[in-house]
Design a protein around this ligand. Structure first.
Ligand SMILES: *Cc1c(COP(=O)(O)O)cnc(C)c1O
Length: 388
């Protein structure tokens, strides 16, 4: 079936990112691939097998519905899924049965986990999520003793996979004081748990930015999201990296490669006389004889209306601007100065063509979103294909 546009996922790009990140954090460190938000728009169903084919065996999701999708998508019995956020107590039974681990940030959930584990005669695999200063979720110093007692009294029904926390903005030096305080708090609290007799398999705290900016947060496991897809958490983190690795600066080589490309085709072309309006209304008037190409992408596919007369796509290796309103299913593009554009030509919305590139960040500068937000908004119904 023909789809107006599609996403391509590059295996070689992902492989390069993982190799770079594993070199950086250490080969012995467990690499958990964070695939919440539909694998940051890459598509859980397509991304999980791709990651497995590059040696990844640990996946982190936000919620139990994502865990179910990841569970159905995985192709290797050795792959493990961890839920970092939302799981209803009623879903815990499923998680235990499928050997899916999950965060505990309240003793209430711990009690539910113990009860289900007893009923099933199978251990619940848990991660103790500590409050260190994010003030969102997390076990607090005052409730830890009760947590420890619950665990020790029921140790036959539990396996403590990890002790963990999350940082409140490790990508920006403006949060330095807060993040370093969190690192200290984590050290203190995790030591307290261990001194009280808890034996976690792993200590994990680092997201991409923490792993890159605060190496001590790596411990023996990391949870990497944005960087594995080929994006720096923000510009500041990239600049800091380049500064500290002058060899790479000399080559001007970004060690991360974008995994995703978003492509469509020219649907039709038309020559329009000078002084005519294009599409709905009168936002765009031709200033001369112009050639207009239509592309079957619109705001229903995630190409925002705010890119009217502002967005850019690549055609024949050249940059071409949106001319007129972004429609629900359609764009009109000015291709007057690009010779030979015809029906069926490839159009790149995000990705490379010739020596031009439309990055998500250039797209997001136009739309004023973070990389993260632009990525997760890419519609899940677009077909996604793996390419080498
Ligand atoms: C999203 C998330 C990560 C990954 O963050 P990136 O910045 O994408 O690397 C790690 N840990 C937790 C708890 C998260 O929610």
């Amino acid at each position: 079936m023909f789809a107006p546009s599609h996403i391509e996922l590059s295996k070689s790009a992902f492989k390069q990112n993982v190799e770079f990140l594993k070199d950086y954090v250490g080969q012995d460190v467990v690499f958990s691939s964070v695939i919440k938000g539909n694998a940051y728009g890459h598509g859980i169903e397509q991304f999980v097998p791709l990651a497995e084919s590059c040696g990844i065996r640990h996946f982190s999701v936000f919620s139990s519905d994502e865990a179910k999708r990841a569970h159905d998508a995985k192709t290797d019995d050795g792959s493990h899924i961890m839920i970092m956020g939302m799981i209803e107590n009623s879903e815990i039974k499923w998680a235990i049965e499928q050997d899916v681990s999950f965060y505990i940030f309240e003793n209430d959930r711990l009690k539910a986990a113990i009860q289900h584990a007893k009923d099933l005669g199978m251990p619940a695999r848990i991660h103790l999520h500590l409050e260190t200063g994010m003030n969102r979720t997390g076990l607090e110093n005052g409730e830890i003793e009760q947590t420890v007692k619950l665990i020790k009294d029921n140790i036959n029904h539990l396996q403590v996979d990890g002790i963990c926390t999350h940082y409140a903005g490790a990508e920006s030096v403006s949060n330095h004081v807060r993040v370093t305080r969190q690192i200290e708090n984590f050290k203190k609290l995790s030591k307290k748990l261990i001194d009280l007799g808890i034996e976690p398999r792993h200590l994990h705290t680092a997201c991409s930015a923490a792993a890159l900016n605060y190496p001590e947060t790596t411990m023996d496991m990391v949870r990497i999201g944005i960087a594995q897809y080929g994006f720096w958490p923000n510009r500041e983190t990239y600049m800091k990296f380049v500064k500290n690795h002058s060899d790479i600066e000399k080559e001007h080589k970004d060690p991360l490669r974008r995994v995703m490309e978003w492509k469509s085709v020219v649907m039709s072309t038309k020559n329009v006389e000078a002084g005519e309006f294009i599409g709905y209304g009168n936002t765009y008037q031709t200033s001369r004889k112009q050639k207009i190409a239509t592309v079957p992408i619109g705001y229903s596919h995630g190409f925002g209306r705010n890119l009217t007369n502002a967005g850019i796509v690549l055609i024949k290796g050249r940059r071409a601007g949106v001319a007129g309103l972004v429609n629900m299913n359609l764009l009109t593009i000015d291709v007057t100065d690009i010779p030979g554009v015809k029906k069926g030509d490839e159009v790149v919305i995000i990705g490379k063509q010739g020596d031009q590139e439309m990055t998500v960040s250039s797209f997001s500068e136009m739309t004023n979103f973070l990389n993260y937000e632009v990525l997760v908004r890419i519609p899940s119904q677009l077909p996604r294909y793996l390419v080498e």
